[in-house]
Design a protein around this ligand. Structure first.
Ligand code: AKB
Length: 316
């Protein structure tokens, strides 16, 4: 058997940075090559990589004898709306570069993150099943839906072992999100600690599916470690953790910081959030490869605040 050598593309991002650490803990530091379009401190081995540069991608794969790829580079829902064609180009051409090089270099496994952004106003909004009507309204959501179908195509046509989950909003203390519609659910914890107040860009009762980072990382690694014959979906798996609204997360934070106050000033992201579903059904992931989240809103809030307090204390 070949020794696993893992390439993480987008290793500076919200999920990429935490996933890189987890992969290094599991496989050894030098077995995981971090790449990103921006330089990173503290990430060696690290290579600069623009995912649109297919030659550089192939060169890095050859140099490090890569056997697995985690492709996390993408423009998210809110930021993507500012430049729809540019977002489509980065999200789709980036994925094609990964899928093509994976075939050419006989890569063992590829991970492609999809998102709840594939759902739309015609998808059932409560406990949305995995296989259902998809009518995404953002360019990000459209690119993720198309990406899922292309992953399935490369699996069916070329036998590429590509695996995917639909991430809900991801909340974590180690890294900052950027350009998403669910970003408020991370910002709110920082603002609660720093200023005891937060102005939310979504309205009070906008309920969305969310997942705590440790669960997201564990689920991702679990999917990638599962025997190939257990992966019955080659488009993407729904991955659920919890669902809540800004008002509900604020009430939860008030259990720990009673003086915390929230106000609401919905902006263009409200329309995106309104097009997504409120909760998702992840029974396929549970059945096929044993997925089960550990955290709910209460235990996540307790853990987030504890870790953020530590971080802010160490920073002063
Ligand atoms: C976003 O808000 O765009 C992302 C996502 C749900 O994929 N966090």
């Amino acid at each position: 058997m070949r020794k696993d050598k893992i390439l993480v593309i987008g290793a500076n991002g919200q999920i990429g940075s935490v996933l890189t650490k987890a992969l290094r803990a599991a496989f050894g530091n030098d077995a995981v090559i971090a790449t990103d379009i921006r330089n990173a401190v503290d990430q060696a081995p690290f290579e600069l990589l623009n995912i649109l540069d297919a030659d550089r991608l192939a060169e890095i794969i050859d140099r490090y004898k890569i056997t697995q790829i985690y492709h996390l580079a993408a423009i998210l829902s809110a930021k993507g709306e500012a430049n729809p064609r540019g977002t489509w180009n980065i999200n789709m051409e980036g994925l094609f570069n990964v899928l093509e090089v994976a075939i050419a270099k006989k890569i063992d496994k590829v991970f492609f993150p999809s998102s709840i952004a594939v759902f739309g106003t015609k998808s059932p909004s409560i406990a949305t099943p995995q296989d259902t009507i998809l009518n995404p309204t953002t360019v990000y959501g459209i690119s993720k839906q198309a990406g899922e179908l292309w992953c399935n195509y490369y699996f069916e046509r070329y036998g590429l072992d590509v695996r995917s989950v639909r991430y809900p909003g991801i909340i974590g203390y180690e890294s900052a999100p950027g350009g998403g519609t669910t970003d408020y659910a991370v910002e709110i914890y920082h603002e609660a600690i720093k200023h005891k107040q937060y102005e939310c860009f979504l309205s009070a009762h906008t309920e969305l599916p969310m997942l705590y980072m440790p669960d997201a990382i564990r689920g991702t690694l679990q999917l990638m470690e599962a025997p190939a014959d257990q992966i019955r979906s080659r488009t993407s798996y729904n991955l659920a953790g919890m669902s809540f609204s800004p008002a509900e997360i604020a009430t939860e934070i008030q259990q720990f910081i009673p003086e915390f106050k929230i106000s609401y000033k919905p902006d263009f992201r409200q329309k995106i959030a309104d097009s997504w579903t409120k909760s998702i059904d992840d029974q396929e992931a549970r059945k096929d490869w044993g997925w089960k989240p550990d955290y709910d809103l209460h235990s996540m809030t307790e853990n987030m605040l504890e870790n953020l307090y530590k971080e802010y204390k160490e920073a002063v």
